[in-house]
Design a protein around this ligand. Structure first.
Ligand code: APR
Length: 230
């Protein structure tokens, strides 16, 4: 089977009701990135950071996958589909995607602030953490999220997936954040690249061959129609 690799961002979860980061109504218009998505913000005011992720966690639990996520599962009938996501929600997994790589971590997971290998998934019915909640090493628990300025442990694996792609698809990301956006440079020459987004997106490496200017749920339907013919 041909390998279809997808890079997704917050836009694929927008129709499920989760806010994107940039643009009008984006999360970064309501919170300062430095306060809630950097290690410096964590050291300055950890309770604010914990509250930010507690709120996003309870919001994410109220959402359902939309056809953007579900259509990618349908494509598993025709292709070996691998999903690289910048999202920390688990809507791809809940839609049924089998191969999902989270570049920026996962909202439901927490870890020791001292040892990132001491991580575990929070139960849905008890999914808040606060100051004083400790990991097994006695250190404070923190979200298992990759903050700005922190290493992206899964990036090398993501590069391997991109280099294997016969078809590459980008859905719902402004391609503003590195190293995630830098994955495009690893798409092999001649590989068709589809980009699904209702708004214009700057293509940093000039790799996009087909723009589908639609929301994810409609764009993925169009993608399936186009790819079935390939
Ligand atoms: N369907 C598809 N795309 C959409 C939709 C929709 N319904 N609504 C919005 N979009 C598009 C926007 O046009 C935009 O291009 O989704 C993209 C969202 O861009 P961002 O808000 O920048 O989100 P993202 O690219 O995922 O951000 C990357 O930045 O803050 C960090 O860690 C955070 O993972 C995040 C990273």
């Amino acid at each position: 089977m041909k390998k279809l690799v997808v890079l997704t961002g917050a836009g694929i979860s927008a129709e499920s009701g989760l806010a994107v980061f940039r643009g009008s109504n984006g999360l970064w218009g309501k919170y300062r990135v430095d306060d809630v998505a950097t290690i410096e913000g964590w050291y300055r005011n950890p309770e604010l950071v914990l509250q930010f992720y507690n709120e996003r966690r309870s919001e994410a639990l109220k959402t359902e996958p939309n056809y953007g996520h579900i259509g990618l599962v349908q494509l598993e009938k025709y292709f070996d589909v691998k999903v690289i996501t910048q999202n920390v929600d688990e809507l791809h997994e809940r839609a049924g995607s089998k191969n999902v790589l989270h570049l920026h971590g996962r909202l439901m997971w927490v870890r020791s602030e001292k040892n990132e290998s001491l991580r575990f998934k929070l139960p849905e019915d008890d999914c808040e953490i606060h100051i004083g909640d400790k990991a097994s090493d006695g250190a404070q628990l923190r979200p298992d999220i990759v903050w700005f300025g922190e290493a992206v442990p899964m990036f090398e694996s993501a590069i391997e997936w991109v280099e294997e792609a016969d078809i590459f698809v980008i859905i719902g990301t402004s391609l503003n954040v590195y190293p995630a956006a830098g994955l495009l440079q690893y798409v092999k020459r001649g590989v068709p690249v589809y980009l699904i987004d209702p708004n214009p997106v700057n293509d940093p490496y000039g790799k996009v061959t087909t723009y589908i200017n639609m929301v994810a749920s409609e764009g993925v339907k169009q993608l399936i129609d186009e790819l079935k013919l390939r």
